[in-house]
Design a protein around this ligand. Structure first.
Ligand code: SF4
Length: 408
C-alpha cells in the first residue's frame, strides 16, 4: 500500500514537472511512513533526524503516510525542520504549495507526464472496517472507502494504454471490496479487469480469510491472466489467539480455504503473515502456529514479533506478557523452519517450464521478473526487454528465486 501511495504521489509530481534526483541534489525530500510496528515508526523519526543537516531554508521536508493519521501536527512540534505534514491521498494541495514555493519553469525540460512501468498499482479500497485487536491501521487510515468499479476500469485501461502489462489491485482487505454503484464485489471486479484487452497479468493483495468469496478462487482458476497467488494472512495457528486477535475465523476455516484453492490450482503460490508473542500466546499456542506452517507449507511467511501499538485494543487491555527474549526465540524458530520449507518448495520447480513477466535487470545485468505463482525468476543467457513474457526452463532454485534458460 505504501509503495502504491508513493507511486501515486510520484506520478503526480512528475506530471507537474518535478524530476527525481538523488537526495544531495534534490530540493524536496518526502518521507512516506509506516507505523504498523514500533520499529517502522522509529525509522521515520531517525530519518527525520538524519535529514536535519540536509535541510536549508530553500529545501522542503515533507512527511506523509500513516504517521500523519497517528501523530498529526505533533510532528511539526517535535521536528521543527519539517515543512509539510501531508495526509494520505491529499496530494493536490501539497503540490500546489510546492508550486507556489518553487519556480521550476526556468529549469530543466519537463519530463513526459505519467509514470507507468510494467506493473501498475491500483488502490481499490482505502482504510479498513475490521478491528483486529493488534492493528493500528483502522485508526490511521480510517474506515473503508471503496472506489467505483467504473473509475477503476478507467484507470486500468489507461495504465495498459501507457504500457503496463500487469495490474495489481490493492487494499488492506481487498475481499471486502464492493462497488458503491452496485456492480458487485471482488470476484466481479477481478472478472472485469482480467478481460481488459492487452492485460497479461492481474494480481491482488491483501486477502482476508473471513471475507474471501469462494467465487473469487473460481475466477482465478478459470483465468489465463489472474496470477496463481494468494496473500492470505493467518496471523496465528491457534484458535484462542485468533479469537483474542478478533480475526473472525478459526484455523479450520483457514485450512478449508487453502484446501479449496489447492484443489482448483494445485501449484498456487501462498504467502501469509504471522505474529509471534501476541498477549496470552502460550508455548502450546505457539506450537499450534508452528504445526500450521509445517502442514500448509507456505511459499512466503512474513513474520513479526508482537509490538503493542498505542490506541489499539490489545495495547490497552491485554498485558504484553510474552518476554521479548521468548518472542525473539519464537521468531527465530519459525524463520529457520520457513527457510527450510521455502527451499524445499522452490526446489520442486527445477526442470519445469514457467512463464516469466520480465520487470527489469538485476545488479548483474540479468533480466528478471516473476512467474504467475509470484516467485521471482532470473532469465539466464541473453537479455529480455521489460514487459515481455518469456518461457524458461528452471535449472536452479534458491529459497529466494528461480533461474532458468529460455525454453525452446
Ligand atoms: Fe488491520 Fe488487516 Fe485487521 Fe484491517 S484486517 S484491522 S488492516 S490486520
Amino acid at each position: 500500500m505504501n509503495l502504491a501511495d508513493s507511486e501515486g504521489l510520484a506520478r503526480k509530481l512528475l506530471a507537474a514537472g518535478y524530476v527525481e534526483e538523488p537526495l544531495e541534489r534534490a530540493d524536496i525530500a518526502i518521507l512516506n511512513s509506516c507505523v504498523v510496528r514500533q520499529a517502522s515508526e522509529d525509522r521515520v523519526y531517525s530519518k527525520l533526524h538524519e535529514l536535519r543537516p540536509w535541510k536549508t531554508p530553500e529545501r522542503t521536508i515533507a512527511v506523509t503516510g500513516c504517521i500523519v493519521g497517528k501523530e498529526g501536527d505533533n510532528l511539526r512540534r517535535r521536528f521543527p525542520q519539517l515543512d509539510a505534514v501531508v495526509p494520505i491521498g491529499e496530494y493536490d494541495g501539497f503540490i500546489a504549495d510546492l508550486d507556489a514555493r518553487y519556480d521550476w519553469s526556468a529549469g530543466e525540460a519537463l519530463p513526459a507526464a505519467g509514470r507507468t512501468g510494467v506493473s501498475h498499482f491500483v488502490r481499490i479500497i482505502q482504510g479498513c472496517d475490521h478491528n483486529c485487536t493488534f492493528c493500528i491501521v483502522p485508526r490511521v487510515r480510517g474506515r473503508e472507502k471503496h472506489v467505483a468499479m467504473s473509475e477503476l476500469l478507467l484507470e486500468c485501461r489507461q495504465a495498459i494504454a501507457d504500457g503496463a502489462r500487469e495490474i495489481v489491485l490493492l487494499g488492506q482487505n481487498v475481499d471486502d471490496y464492493h462497488d458503491p454503484d452496485g456492480r458487485g464485489g471482488m470476484a466481479a471486479l477481478v472478472r472485469e479487469v482480467e478481460r481488459l484487452p492487452g492485460l497479461r497479468r492481474l494480481r491482488f493483495m491483501t486477502s482476508h480469510p473471513q471475507d474471501l468469496e469462494p467465487e473469487l478462487l473460481e475466477v482465478m482458476a478459470a483465468s489465463e491472466v489472474v496470477c496463481r497467488e494468494l496473500q492470505l494472512p493467518v496471523q496465528s495457528g491457534d484458535d484462542l489467539i485468533l479469537r483474542r486477535m478478533a480475526r473472525g475465523y478459526q484455523t479450520r476455516h483457514y485450512r478449508a480455504i487453502i484446501d479449496r484453492a489447492r484443489q482448483l490450482m494445485p501449484d498456487i503460490g501462498l504467502a501469509t503473515d504471522v505474529i509471534v508473542g501476541f498477549p496470552g500466546e502460550t508455548d502450546e499456542a505457539f506450537r499450534n502456529t508452528r504445526r500450521l506452517l509445517e502442514e500448509i507449507e507456505f511459499d512466503v511467511v512474513h513474520l513479526a514479533m508482537y509490538s503493542p501499538r498505542p490506541g489499539t485494543y490489545a495495547a490497552s487491555k491485554m498485558p504484553d506478557d510474552v518476554p521479548e527474549a521468548e518472542k525473539l526465540r519464537r521468531l527465530n524458530e519459525l524463520l529457520a523452519l520457513q527457510k527450510e520449507i521455502a527451499a524445499r518448495k522452490t526446489a520442486r520447480w527445477v526442470g519445469r517450464q514457467v512463464e516469466v513477466l520480465v520487470e527489469g535487470r538485476d545488479e548483474l545485468g540479468r533480466s528478471y521478473g516473476r512467474i504467475r505463482q509470484g516467485k521471482r525468476a532470473v532469465v539466464l543467457g541473453g537479455t529480455v526487454e521489460p514487459g515481455q513474457l518469456v518461457d524458461i526452463r528452471v535449472v536452479q532454485a534458491t529459497a529466494g528465486q528461480l533461474m532458468g534458460t529460455r525454453a525452446a
